[in-house]
Write a protein that binds this ligand. Structure first.
Ligand code: NAD
Length: 258
């Protein structure tokens, strides 16, 4: 612990579980006040409880349906009223996307809304608050290795996650020097979404598929822990990465190195 985020305000979407939760706890440990936004109120409350148990920083649970653009707007109005500023927007929310090309309107909408539209509108509403902390403001998006290299699992997921990579580069240009904008591209991370991703047609097949994936594709030969992504998120959120913007950082055990 080095108080790297002392007096900073961070907002993390999908922070009621997995990597979002681990990042919320990690950032609070560095002194941040973290708005823990999630559709799952119990998950968000548990994240806040974990933050409080450590006794550093602060957690504020916030109910968010990230598919609802009105709800995103209301959330940043809340941040404005409560804090009047924002240092870190970590738009982590997403969904695994359907297999193949034969998909429904609902599958399209959910995948695009959660992975892409939420990132755009969260950024739109967060921008004025982040600008108030110019030079100490950072945006992080969660893409995926599926946005960097081809994926047989879901072409739509690749499409939306790839869009975050180009979106972040455009924003790095337009929001600098006030706000830095970067992306984390996780590989296989041990969270409930990993099972959803590899078991979208049959959940019972997920463990074997994950095992195959890491044994054949991941040089470090194991799935990632959410806490390992949290370290990358802390780095990109803090002044430790003060000259880094417009990059996509794979946290993938070397998956995209091949
Ligand atoms: N787990 C992986 O292997 C992996 C790999 C690459 C990228 N990702 C990306 O990471 C993110 C998911 O993170 P995780 O693996 O930590 O997931 P997770 O399964 O641990 O948690 C997902 C969280 O998202 C919340 N959520 C779902 N729908 C929501 C909505 N409409 N509004 C607000 N919150 C909502 C859930 O309640 C849950 O708390 C996604 O963007 C996903 O594409 C995951």
């Amino acid at each position: 612990m080095s108080n790297a985020l002392q007096d900073r305000i961070a907002l993390i979407t999908a922070a009621g579980s997995g990597m979002g939760r681990a990042s919320a706890v990690r950032m609070a440990r560095e002194g941040a006040t973290v708005i823990v936004a999630d559709i799952n109120d119990e998950g968000a409350a548990e994240t806040v409880r974990l933050i409080e148990a450590e006794g550093f920083g602060k957690g504020v649970a916030y109910h968010l349906d990230a598919t609802d653009m009105g709800a995103i707007k209301t959330m940043f109005e809340f941040v404005d009223t409560e804090f009047g500023r924002l240092n870190v927007l970590y738009n982590h929310v997403g969904s695994p996307g359907p297999a193949g090309l034969q998909i429904t309107d609902e599958q399209w909408e959910l995948t695009v809304d959660l992975n892409m539209k939420s990132a755009f509108f969260a950024t739109m509403y967060a921008e004025p608050l982040l600008r108030r902390e110019a030079g100490k403001a950072s945006i992080i998006y969660t893409a995926s290795v599926s946005g960097l290299v081809g994926s047989l699992a879901s072409p739509l997921y690749s499409m939306v996650k790839g869009s975050l990579v180009s979106f972040s580069k455009s924003l790095a240009m337009s929001l600098g020097p006030d706000i830095r904008v970067n992306v984390i591209a996780p590989g296989a991370v041990d969270t409930p979404m990993l099972t959803q991703f590899f078991g979208r047609d049959d959940e019972s097949l997920a463990p074997e598929r994950v095992k195959m994936f890491v044994e054949t594709g991941v040089p470090l030969k194991r799935p990632c822990k959410p806490e390992e992504v949290a370290e990358a998120a802390l780095f990109l959120a803090s002044d430790a990465s003060s000259y880094i913007t417009g990059v996509t950082l794979p946290v993938d055990g070397g998956y995209v190195a091949k």
